[in-house]
Design a protein around this ligand. Structure first.
Ligand code: PMV
Length: 350
C-alpha cells in the first residue's frame, strides 16, 4: 500500500551513527470498547471506540537501524521475541519500511512494565511506542493522526495510545477504496471537562490469556447472535459517552462504560463456541463494585480480553475503592491509574 500521507525524510543522521529512536507510550483502557474488525488486513474496526490513557505501566521501545543485519532482532524485556509476538513486530516494521522506501533491518528493544497478553493493554502501549520509534528511526515524518493510523496496523487499540487523557478511534468509512478506508480510521483526543477520574486496576490473574483478542473478536463477529445488537447499541453508547465527558458527569461515564463492557462480554458468551474471559475472581470484584455503589461511592467496572477488572471512580475515592477491591481479590494486585500522556519520542541519550 502507498504511504497514507506525504512522508518526508529527515535530515541526514549524524555521520557514522546508525539512525535510532526511542519512544514511550502508555496503555489505554476503553470505556467504549473496540470489539470486532471489518477488515482484518487493515485493522479497520466495526465500531468507534473511546478510551482513557493511563499514567502507569509505560512501554519504552528503542528502534535502531542495523545496515549490516539480514534480519530484524527483537527483544522484549531483554529476551529475544519469538513466535507470534516476533512475527507481528517484524510485519509492522515491514510496513514502516515500505512507507519509508528503505529495506534496512532493525534492532528493536522493548521494555513493558505491565504483564503482556493479560488483557492489560500491553499491545496498545507496545505498538504505539513501536510506531513512534520506528517512524522516527526510518525517517518518516508523520503527525499524531498519521501515527495513530500506523499504530492501528499493529494493534487496533494502539491507535488510541498516541493521545493522552481521553481519545476516540473512528471506525472510518465503510465505502470507498482501501486507501480511503485506511485514511478514515484514526484516533483523536476527546474533550472532557471537570472530571478527576481514576481507574483502579485489579489484576486477578496476570497470566497470558487463553485466546488472543484477535481470534476472540473474529469468532464473536462470525458466530455470536448478540454481536450486531451490541455493535448497534455501542453507537448510542459512544454518543452518550461524549456528552457525559463534556458535562464532566462521572456517574454517567461510569454507567455507560460498564454497560458497554458487559454487553461486549455478553457477545462473547453467546459466540459458538463461547469465549469467556471472566473468571470467578472477576465476578467477586464485580460484586464488590456493586457494593461500593450501594454504599454511595461512584464506582463502575470495565473488563477487556482477560479476567482483570478496571474500576472507574473519582480520584478522591481511589484509595477507598482500591482497599475494597483488594479485599475482594486478595490473591491479586491492585494499581491506581490516572489519566496519562500520549506517546512521545525520548531524546536519544537523554
Ligand atoms: O487491539 P487489541 O487487539 O488488543 O484489542 C483490544 C480489545 C479490547 O481491549 C477488549 C477493547 C479495547 O477497545 O481496547
Amino acid at each position: 500500500m502507498r504511504a497514507e500521507q506525504p512522508a518526508t525524510l529527515k535530515p541526514p543522521q549524524e555521520q557514522g551513527a546508525a539512525p535510532a529512536a526511542t519512544a514511550v507510550a502508555h496503555p489505554n483502557i476503553a470505556l467504549i470498547k473496540y470489539w470486532g474488525k471489518r477488515d482484518e488486513q487493515l485493522f479497520l474496526p466495526r465500531t468507534d471506540s473511546l478510551s482513557m490513557t493511563l499514567d502507569i505501566f509505560p512501554t519504552t521501545t528503542r528502534v535502531r537501524l542495523a545496515p549490516e543485519a539480514e534480519q530484524d532482532a527483537v527483544t522484549l524485556g531483554g529476551r529475544p521475541a519469538t513466535g507470534e509476538a516476533e512475527r507481528r513486530i517484524v510485519a509492522f516494521l515491514d510496513l514502516v519500511r515500505e512507507r519509508a522506501g528503505l529495506s534496512r533491518r532493525a534492532v528493536v528493544d522493548t521494555e513493558n512494565t505491565v504483564p503482556t497478553g493479560a488483557g492489560l493493554a500491553s499491545s496498545a502501549s507496545g505498538f504505539a511506542a513501536l510506531a513512534v520509534a520506528a517512524a522516527a528511526a526510518y525517517g518518516l515524518t508523520l503527525d499524531a493522526t498519521a501515527l495513530s493510523r500506523l499504530a492501528r496496523r499493529g494493534s487496533g487499540s494502539a491507535s488510541r495510545s498516541l493521545f493522552g487523557d481521553f481519545a476516540v478511534w473512528h471506525a472510518g468509512t465503510a465505502t470507498g477504496t482501501a486507501t480511503e478506508a485506511d485514511l478514515s480510521s484514526y484516533a483523536e483526543p476527546v474533550p472532557a471537562a471537570g472530571l478527576d477520574p481514576a481507574l483502579v486496576i485489579a489484576v486477578v490473574n496476570a497470566g497470558p490469556k487463553a485466546i488472543s483478542s484477535r481470534a476472540a473478536m473474529r469468532q464473536t463477529v462470525d458466530t455470536s447472535p448478540l454481536y450486531e445488537p451490541w455493535a448497534r447499541s455501542s453507537t448510542g453508547d459512544l454518543a452518550d459517552m461524549r456528552a457525559a465527558l463534556i458535562r464532566g458527569d462521572l456517574e454517567a461515564v461510569g454507567e455507560i462504560a460498564e454497560r458497554n463492557a458487559l454487553g461486549m462480554h455478553a457477545t462473547m458468551l453467546a459466540a459458538r463456541p463461547a469465549v469467556r474471559y471472566l473468571s470467578p475472581a472477576t465476578l467477586t470484584v464485580l460484586d464488590s463494585v456493586g457494593q461500593l455503589r450501594r454504599d454511595g461511592i461512584a464506582a463502575y467496572a470495565t473488563m477487556d480480553a482477560g479476567p482483570n477488572v478496571k474500576v472507574l471512580c473519582r480520584r478522591a475515592d481511589a484509595d477507598q475503592v482500591a482497599a475494597v477491591v483488594r479485599g475482594a481479590a486478595p490473591q491479586g494486585s491492585v494499581h491506581i491509574a490516572g489519566p496519562g500522556p500520549g506517546a512521545r519520542l525520548l531524546n536519544e541519550g537523554g
